[in-house]
Design a protein around this ligand. Structure first.
Ligand code: HEC
Length: 88
């Protein structure tokens, strides 16, 4: 059981980076939860894509979300996603 959990911790980040994230990977966990309460538009894929350059800047600097930014691994994944043009 313990080994299973360890294995999961080890596999999850790699599965995410090799598959390449899409909007669905962030819609709920990042944008709904961490941005939408203050940015009414960020529940919408189209609006996030339109704003993606500004969003990348704020996420990279840790300025957004204002409560300390996103955890480093999530930050890296969102930035990589935007870098790839934010595929759906
Ligand atoms: C607690 C409220 C709050 C949360 C949560 C929040 N923001 Fe913001 N955001 C603001 C405020 C207030 C401003 C305007 C002041 C500033 O730029 O610092 C802003 C500004 C921005 C801007 C610049 C807008 C512009 O037109 O220049 C971007 C981009 C942004 N936020 C992205 C995000 C993203 C992405 C998230 C989620 C990861 C997020 N914010 C979460 C309150 C919030």
């Amino acid at each position: 059981m313990r080994l299973g959990r360890l294995l999961l911790l080890f596999l999850l980040p790699c599965a995410a980076c090799s598959a390449g994230d899409g909007w669905d990977n962030f819609a709920e966990t990042v944008f709904d939860r961490r941005c939408l309460p203050c940015h009414a538009g960020y529940g919408s894929y189209e609006i996030v894509r339109e704003d993606s350059e500004k969003i990348a800047g704020k996420i990279e600097s840790g300025a957004m979300p204002p409560d300390g930014g996103l955890p480093p691994d999530v930050r890296r994944r969102v930035l990589a996603w935007i870098d790839r043009g934010g595929p759906e």
